[in-house]
Design a protein around this ligand. Structure first.
Ligand code: HEC
Length: 118
């Protein structure tokens, strides 16, 4: 019986486990996740059309995203605007992020939570 090999395998397991825990713990804060989603061309890509405070190279196809809490006192209305803006304006160029599965419900909620702070 060679306990040395078993011990090193066991140690490797511990180290991999610790590394995974560290990676999960390093998840960025919700506001940072929202900002990343909003500037990622494969996700929200909101900055392609909207100016957002602190965003780089914003577009001007849609209105600047500011005073959001005043514009959308109802959180559900803001969620709906991102989930499927075609309900409010069938001719909008803004993609239906939720309906098309571009963003998950969790991702839309992260963005909504961030936008109402603007
Ligand atoms: C292809 C361009 C485009 C993209 C990408 C886009 N939007 Fe829009 N958005 C618009 C336009 C244009 C409007 C104006 C309303 C309309 O067209 O019905 C708008 C309106 C809005 C409004 C309402 C603002 C107001 O002042 O009434 C919000 C909130 C919004 N967008 C959020 C977002 C978020 C969040 C994202 C990213 C997840 C996003 N948009 C991505 C084009 C875009």
């Amino acid at each position: 019986m060679n306990t040395g090999i078993n011990l090193s395998a066991w140690m490797t397991g511990i180290i991999v486990g610790l590394a995974l825990t560290a990676t999960l713990a390093a998840e960025p804060p919700p506001q940072e996740q929202a900002k990343q989603l909003m500037s990622d061309p494969l996700k929200g890509n909101c900055l392609a059309c909207h100016k957002v405070a602190g965003g780089v190279f914003p577009g001007n196809i849609g209105p600047a995203l500011q005073n959001i809490r005043q514009l959308f006192p109802d959180r559900a209305a803001l969620y709906a605007q991102i989930y499927d803006p075609t309900v409010i304006n069938p001719l909008t160029v803004m993609p239906p992020f939720g309906r098309h599965g571009i963003l998950t419900e969790k991702e839309i909620n992260l963005i909504v939570d961030y936008l109402i702070t603007l």
